[in-house]
Design a protein around this ligand. Sequence first.
Ligand code: ADP
Ligand code: MG
Length: 293
Amino acid sequence: ATPISIMVASGRGAQQGLLFKDAAAIETMRDVDTLVVDKTGTLTEGKPSLASIVALGQDSRENLLMLAASLEQSSEHPLAKAILDAAKVEQASLVRPTDFHVLAGGGVYGRVMHNDVAFGNARMMDERGVMLDGEAIVKADALREEGSTVMMLAVDGKLAGLFAVSDRIKSDTPSAIADLKASGLHVVMLTGDNATTANKVARALGIEDVHADVSPSGKAQVIETLRKQGRRVAMAGDGINDAPALVAADIGIAMGHGTDVAMESAQLTLVKGQLSGILQARTLSQATVRNIR
Ligand code: ADP
Ligand code: MG
């Protein structure tokens, strides 16, 4: 494309809240045939709130919330915020963990009040050697069927509670996905969340291709596989855990309300975090490239 047409396009894009990193990004957008979207924070609002706590052992609900929230104080994950908000509302008195670790795409663990506490998904429980009994599995699945994301809390290696968190689908997501599909894009959902919750959201949006339970490095692998199949892939995401996938895609698209890491890893930022911006960017790219031919 000519420098002039690129300048015009990037100016026009900026007016619509579409920030392209460079000329190549504008040109690439037109050739994309597959759009991979992260679920949390991209399709959903990314503002999860705590829906319920199920105590499985001796610990009271209050104590479970105190332990989980104490650990999450040092986490920047949106799920952590849901837990901390609930702790604040319930005026839980939190303590400083004496040890703290993050398992990316899995959860957090450390020492709180002389207890080994782990809080995260089933993969994390598996890695920490925590057994899930039948009751826990049945109860967790029931919560997921409602579309909630379930986090598990283990104290000293034993499962102590389930936390159900729900995150609303953004109001403009259904129409944006329908329009993107109608424009001929193959839409794929990619998420670190579990399959039951992911499928529930995907079904509501008419997304047929779902990859769930995917670790951050696994997200990049899914993108690479699609590219090896000859697809031209755009990946849209907002989180730190999406960064490797954004880099692996032909074009990475970051949500403006997302993390800095996502924006640094992407070639296009949707300032208002609006999914409809992807279609606008594609239309702009098509018009620009057509003009110069
Ligand atoms: P997504 O792809 O939906 O943005 P992530 O890869 O960040 O999800 O996380 C995958 C799963 O790991 C979450 O659904 C949650 O169960 C668990 N998890 C991740 N981070 C945390 C955290 N800070 N606290 C508790 N659980 C977490
Ligand atoms: Mg996300």
